[in-house]
Design a protein around this ligand. Structure first.
Ligand SMILES: N[C@@H](CCC(=O)N[C@@H](CS)C(=O)NCC(=O)O)C(=O)O
Length: 220
């Protein structure tokens, strides 16, 4: 398995964690340095026309898997143990919904191509751009916190006492928010679940700042 990733990438963090939870070790990790714009080079564009990581090639000559949720659902189907989705359809829908709050709604607001467009094309100042990012992070965190305090399915983790894909996505949300110095005090349940996840080795060793080449901390 070839895994295209980068330490700073939250979407790569999601897939790295899912792989670790499933006990899968990629044969090769291809570093695509987002800070140097390597995702836009022809060699990577040939792998993923969207010029985004993560991407996975499971077998040499095989198709490229793209989009972190699709990759994680593929892993769930091909490596069912341990399950990262509940058995019941309602539970699966809730877990997938929690995932999408982070993956579909908040994360895209903070990725390099969007931040660059805001500052380079729309001429927003660095402060205005950061206000934008933090606004959308807070929206997602508020919605997640409300779900966790309101929904009886919430347990030690996002959905009961067993780790699911929702926890994988929540961890990415919290780490990504941290990169933009988001105040986590209004979201104590999100923080509690994140802390519980980080007690698990697969999460802890997948953390962006634990990857080769990562700095000790990120600040904007
Ligand atoms: N929805 C995609 C998001 C992928 C994505 O935006 N990846 C970021 C890194 S976390 C990226 O490659 N950004 C490059 C850019 O914005 O130019 C997924 O979940 O895989």
């Amino acid at each position: 398995m070839k895994f295209y990733a980068f330490w700073r990438s939250i979407a790569s963090f999601r897939v790295r964690t899912a792989l670790a939870l499933k006990g899968i070790t990629p044969d090769e990790i291809v570093d695509i340095d987002l800070l140097q714009g390597k995702q836009r080079e022809d060699s990577f564009r040939a792998v993923n026309p969207q010029m985004l990581i993560p991407a996975v090639i499971e077998q040499s000559g095989g198709p490229v898997l793209f989009q972190s949720m699709a990759i994680m659902e593929y892993l769930e189907e091909t490596h069912p143990q341990p399950p990262l989705l509940p058995r019941d359809p309602l539970g699966r829908a809730r877990v997938r919904g929690l995932c999408q709050i982070a993956v579909s709604d908040a994360h895209p607001m903070s990725v390099p191509r969007v931040r660059n467009y805001l500052t380079n094309d729309l001429k927003l100042s660095q402060d205005q751009m950061l206000t934008w990012v933090r606004h959308w992070q807070a929206e997602a965190l508020r919605a997640l916190e409300t779900h966790f305090t309101r929904d009886e399915e919430t347990g030690k983790y996002c959905h009961g006492d067993v780790v699911t894909l929702a926890d994988v996505c929540l961890a990415g949300q919290v780490v990504g928010s941290g990169f933009f110095q988001t105040d986590m005090k209004p979201y104590p349940t999100v923080q509690r679940i994140y802390d519980a996840c980080m007690q698990i080795d697969a999460f802890a060793r997948s953390h962006p700042l634990k990857q080769p080449g990562a700095p000790e901390k990120v600040s904007h």
